[in-house]
Design a protein around this ligand. Structure first.
Ligand code: NDP
Length: 335
């Protein structure tokens, strides 16, 4: 596939006046909702909050926002940020959001998933946009307070008013993400990249970690030593930080010559792992909607899968090994 040149937008490309006089409703005052609501208010726009009556509702009020049931907030809004968890979003959208959206309104998502896979099909008379932070909610707030901002993937999914792009960039600026840069793509691409990280990179990386742990423990090394060596010392995080700062290849210069020689000469032994064909298979299932259909079916069945996975996880010896290593080296809470 040819590489498509990315278009990236910054502060100077965005003008807040595209949202002048509009009321922004943040629906779901959770991880993303709270951070984005605070940032948008600080940018000078008029923000209200829509939430179910729970602790998040009380938090929004304590933070000084006019707070309403979701339907009530949407009925007053020109711009709606739908920031509830993805798995409850279609129901919340159908029952409490779409009946109240005005023609010409803006509907914004922080994840492309539901629109990309047809679980939400917005009406044709509104602008539909995506601002998907590559950052957890706390970072969305903290980086903006620190004056830096955070990167995002953005999309203009539907431009009913002809003002969609200007509104998308204005909202991205208010949220604080044009400070760092926003990469324009489709909602489907954003969802696919996100899912691929979770379903291919994450599991493959986890398998490498577990294989290394088991190889060393099977060879008789003490679990505390193995875990400290592989990740509990924090050296791995430090190396990742350097990857972020100088790049994957250049960070190798920070390691000893023995380390570099061993890594370079032994890399070939792992080069024939059949990772890419498996990753391509996972990607295909994401792209053609197979995963989304499977996940919807699982939710509909109401399977207690997460409880069962938690029970299985709790039985793994890794928990005990980590606890011992943390205690021994005063790491984290055990410190
Ligand atoms: P949260 O889990 O923090 O929940 C957000 C809010 O939705 C909370 O106030 C929650 O209430 C409320 N809520 C939960 N269930 C319901 C329901 N059935 N009906 C109405 N409201 C409900 O969500 P996130 O902020 O993590 O995610 C929001 C969006 O942001 C998602 O699209 C996600 O993919 C996206 N996103 C999230 C990131 C993150 O770092 N978490 C990163 C990038 C994107 P309560 O507090 O009671 O549970």
């Amino acid at each position: 596939m040819p590489h498509v040149t990315s278009k990236i937008f910054y502060d100077q490309d965005a003008d807040l006046s595209a949202l002048a006089g509009m009321t922004v409703a943040v629906v779901g005052y959770g991880n993303q909702g709270r951070a984005q609501a605070l940032n948008i208010r600080d940018a000078g726009l008029s923000v209200i909050v829509g939430n179910i009556a729970d602790a998040s509702f009380a938090q929004a009020q304590a933070d000084g926002f006019a707070t309403f049931p979701i339907a009530g907030a949407c009925a007053q809004a020109d711009v709606v940020l739908l920031l509830v968890p993805d798995e409850v979003m279609p129901k919340v959208y159908t029952e409490h959001v779409v009946p109240h959206l005005r023609a010409g309104a803006v509907l914004d998502f922080a994840s492309g998933y539901n629109v990309a896979f047809g679980l939400i099909v917005p009406p044709a008379n509104i602008d539909v946009i995506l601002i998907a932070p590559r950052m957890i909610g706390l970072g969305v707030r903290d980086t903006v307070v620190a004056g830096k901002g955070f990167p995002s993937f953005i999309a203009l999914h539907q431009d009913a008013t002809g003002q969609g792009m200007a509104r998308l960039l204005a909202l991205a600026k208010a949220v604080g993400t044009t400070r760092a840069g926003c990469l324009l793509m489709s909602m489907h691409d954003e969802a696919a990249l996100d899912l691929f990280t979770e379903q291919a990179f994450g599991p493959a990386f986890g398998q490498v970690m577990m294989s290394a742990i088991e190889t060393l423990i099977d060879a008789g090394y003490p679990p505390e030593a193995v875990l400290l060596e592989l990740y509990l010392s924090g050296e791995l995080i430090y190396s990742f930080q350097k990857i972020l700062e100088v790049g994957m290849l250049k960070q190798m210069d920070y390691h000893s010559h023995t380390s570099q020689y061993g890594t370079v000469t032994r890399s070939a032994k792992f080069a024939d792992l059949d990772l890419k064909s498996r990753m391509r298979a996972v990607l295909r299932e994401i792209q053609d909607g197979t995963f989304a259909r499977e996940w919807s079916d699982m939710q509909a069945q109401g399977a207690g899968m997460f409880e069962r996975v938690r029970e299985l996880r709790a039985q793994l010896p890794l928990n005990e090994w980590e606890t011992r290593a943390r205690r021994a080296f005063k790491i984290g809470d055990a410190g």
